[in-house]
Ligand binder design. Structure first.
Ligand code: ZN
Length: 329
């Protein structure tokens, strides 16, 4: 396999706090020998475990970057044992553009794994995580939120894993994050995800969905800030006591949790995030935007559940995921 072109401006093996970049050569019209500069901070003290913390895997999700720029600005080496690698904006070009996928190649970072060292910009970043950063890590936290087109109940998540020991380890780390909801999450489009890459290397992996609508609130930002500290304490890296509040546990037993619409139009939600429905009860109506006098299409619940995620904003297209249900354990 070819060498990855990314070079770090920090030394991952050096004790102390270093602020720098991952430099990806990017030759283009306005800069012949230019670069994509992905900011990162490495905080190291001794030879303990390593945490790899990322935000803006999708460029329009903000709780992760807010918590991680804050952590990077404040975390001192004397507070930790081991190493913390903080990358607030994994897909930095997408983050700068405020878009889900990279404006350079239109590639979705979370469908680009294991990456390609001589591929497009996003594929090169994925390859660097796959072969350089993930192997360094013991605990991996990747922040997500709904971005501009989804809205979620705030939760930390783990997946069902074949290895029972790893499954339990990921669940424990997810619960230590202590979001208002802890979810055993089902993925409907898992091919190429960073989650799979981290879990495939045996890492303790936690992901989140902390809100959405292309913005962050004080409430969801505080969940992210508290969660990352709790997780680092759980991992034995950060000194201090975790801040623990109530958590509700959700799971997604089957694909019937996901409601896709066959029609586009003006969406009228009939229930809100956190509300429960029984199978057959209405979740939303979709109005024809082109003509008066039409009866709206009603989207009904395919199973009993609680509304965990919904489409955003007010207009949907055919094929959109309109609603996601989960079951309270
Ligand atoms: Zn995301």
């Amino acid at each position: 396999m070819r060498a990855n072109p990314i070079s770090p401006t920090v030394d991952f093996d050096k004790d102390g706090v270093q602020h720098g970049h991952l430099r990806l050569p990017y030759s283009r019209n306005d800069s012949a020998w230019g670069s994509v500069m992905i900011p990162l901070t490495v905080v190291k003290n001794g030879s303990g475990p390593t945490a790899l913390l990322t935000g803006a895997n999708h460029g329009d999700e903000y709780e992760g970057p807010l918590a991680l720029f804050d952590l990077a600005a404040r975390l001192g080496a004397e507070e930790i044992y081991g190493r913390v690698i903080i990358i607030p904006a994994m897909n930095h070009p997408a983050f700068m553009a405020g878009t889900r996928v990279s404006p350079i190649d239109q590639v979705n970072m979370n469908r680009a794994f294991p990456g390609v060292p001589d591929g497009t910009a996003t594929q090169k970043i994925a390859d660097y995580f796959q072969r350089t950063l993930l192997p360094m890590a013991d605990v991996v936290l990747d922040f997500h939120s709904g971005g501009k087109t989804l809205d979620f109940l705030p939760f930390a998540a783990s997946h069902i894993l074949e290895d029972a020991e790893q499954h339990a380890r990921c669940r424990a780390a997810r619960d230590a994050f202590n979001a208002p909801f802890s979810v055993e999450m089902r993925e409907i489009d898992a091919l190429g995800m960073y989650d799979d890459a981290a879990e495939g290397q045996g890492k303790t992996f936690v992901t989140t969905e902390l809100g959405g609508q292309g913005s962050a609130t004080p409430y969801t930002t505080e969940i992210a800030r508290k969660g990352v500290r709790n997780l680092l304490i759980h991992a034995g890296i950060l000194n201090g006591e975790p801040e623990v509040g109530p958590t509700r546990h959700l799971s997604q037993p089957d694909d019937a949790c996901f409601h896709f619409t066959a029609e586009g139009g003006l969406v009228e939600f009939l229930i809100s995030l956190g509300d429960t429905v029984r199978v057959g009860e209405p979740i939303a109506r979709i109005w024809d935007m082109r003509q008066t006098g039409r009866t709206p299409i009603t989207v009904t619940a395919q199973r009993d559940g609680l509304l965990m995620a919904r489409h955003h904003p007010g207009i949907c297209q055919a094929g959109d995921c309109l609603a996601v249900l989960a079951v309270e354990d």
